[in-house]
Design a protein around this ligand. Sequence first.
Ligand SMILES: *[C@@H]1O[C@H](CO)[C@@H](O)[C@H](O)[C@H]1NC(C)=O
Ligand SMILES: *[C@@H]1O[C@H](CO)[C@@H](O)[C@H](O)[C@H]1NC(C)=O
Ligand SMILES: [Zn+2]
Length: 635
Amino acid sequence: MVWAIQAAALSSLVLAVVAHPHARSSEHQLHARQLTSTIDRFRPRQRATYVAESRDVSTLSVSTSSGDYVQVAETHLRRIHPEAEFRRASDNYVSGNGIGRVYFKQTLFGFDMDDADFNVNVKPDGSIFSYGDSLYTGPLPDAAPAAAALINPEPALETVADVLALPITPSEGDYVEESQTSFTVQGLSNVVAPPAGQLVYYRTPEGSLAPAWRIETDLDDHWLTTYLQAEGGSEVLAVTDYIADNSYEVFQWPTNDPLNNRRRNDVLPRDREASPLGWHRDESQRYFETRGNNAIAQPNTDGDAEFLSEPRPESRLLIFRAPFNQAWEPKQYIEASTIQLFYTSNKFRDILYVLGFNEAAGNFQTSNFGRGGVGNDSVQLNTQDGSGLNNANFATPPDGQMGRMRMYVFNSTVPNRDSSFEAGIVVHEYTHGLTNRMTGGPANSRCLNVLESGGMGEGWSDFYATALRITGRDTRTVDYPIGDYATGRPGVGIRAFVYSTNMQTNPYTYSSLNGLTRVHQYGTVWCTMLYEMLWNLIDAHGNTDRIEPSLDRNGIPRDGRYLGMKIVLDALALQPCNPTFVQARNAIVDADTALTGGENRCNIWKAFAKRGLGENAANVGGVYTDDFTVPAGVC
Ligand SMILES: *[C@@H]1O[C@H](CO)[C@@H](O)[C@H](O)[C@H]1NC(C)=O
Ligand SMILES: *[C@@H]1O[C@H](CO)[C@@H](O)[C@H](O)[C@H]1NC(C)=O
Ligand SMILES: [Zn+2]
């Protein structure tokens, strides 16, 4: 078979492929577009078949009463492929809907066949729900590849670098062979991690089996795995890019909820500056699950404190998909929920980063890349957390300790609804992390604790949830509720009034605080004022559908909506610990002065004055008194 090639023949073959091994330094510009088209050219072929229960029930039911789903899965694989050699991956688990998932990889002479997988989904009763199969069934070689016949590591990496035009110089590397079938390359520039090679089997374009070097080259924006024929030729068989392919099947940002919406695959949604290593890696580790530098997301139906061992959705290719149906009970789509929560939180987090909630400001990240602040504090995201119902919460310890978001199921509709599918609730909760870290400094998380400041804490959370919901077509006549999807109260939500610039629809003014006693009530008054301000800024600076802020040279957002979000964020860092409404308003005026030189002073004052927080508004002896005047000379 193919491996009967002599070592002597190899060197010339390799030299013919590697045209200029030492002349590449002038070609070190990585042409992103060219690389993308090369990756497209070598994209792996679709080989798997998927057999679902409904299609072939009779042949699928395995007669076993054993509760061991792993054993059931293995028996099933042996039945379909009696001759195949395989190993079981260690990542089997039972998902929230009770389906056991077991993953196998075909092997030969102890080497993985990297494009030959078998996965079995086993129902709780021990029968097969479905399975996927891409095993190789063609003729097999009679002997393992002979080490002497393999292309050496250095020419192998040279070939990969040439074909993909990578900005590395393989001849500068120090080749460390861990065994005759694996190696790493130390000492290269322009790489995030040392390139690594491992001997595997892979199919050629003609469908025969060949020994191949699986070579990983991690170049920051492109984290590539290349399969290079290792014997009898040195053809590139396939290339995959973890980063470019990275995608999530979700209600795409900034969609608020599933009603009248469909899920799509959002490909590579991370902001490059905010998340330089993407969403699935910190400086010391990579993760093939809903985990990364910013957050770690998992179900937590038992509601306990342990989260690391919960089953997170996984994907070797960082392609996250899971079924969702509005007609199902939440536990049936718990994986989709975990993916959605991970996605929404990361997306919002990247936007806040661009607006100024960065490492120095005390944000939540494992690795801070030397940009200030204290690391080791991503956010623990628990979906369908069993410790509560009809709510959600966020715990914010000081910078350097993980934040924790708990998302609960809401039971007021049939079927119940999952708050992780309402972006506004996720944003509301994450904003608690923002406001607690930024007010009074990152190390002090006790600055929004009294009724007035804690109330504004709720108001800021509603503000970001609402500001991000506004579309480019909306005008100041649009009204928005909070929590309308989760509670099944469209157009109404859970606050006393919807957010509106109309005094009839929402009559709250500063003095309304006199009749109120709870933080969410105070928050609704505060967010009503911020909503007025937001529309004044949108009317002055325009609106867009931009899903991320676009900043000008001076760091000022180009449209009114993100400008409002930035001024509010900047003010958090200015105001004192446990601020009052009056102080928080002053901090917003000051934040605009610092950012724009006070360009928006008039629009800001007019908004607060309209809602009774004008120049002479005051809390005297516990009585809040409205004032509707704008200071002289401001407008
Ligand atoms: C981060 O936390 C881990 C344990 O949770 C600890 O071992 C490690 O030293 C911490 N790293 C830093 C930089 O604080
Ligand atoms: C919904 O949850 C609440 C607790 O928040 C509980 O008191 C109530 O009985 C539940 N209702 C239904 C219909 O399950
Ligand atoms: Zn809240």
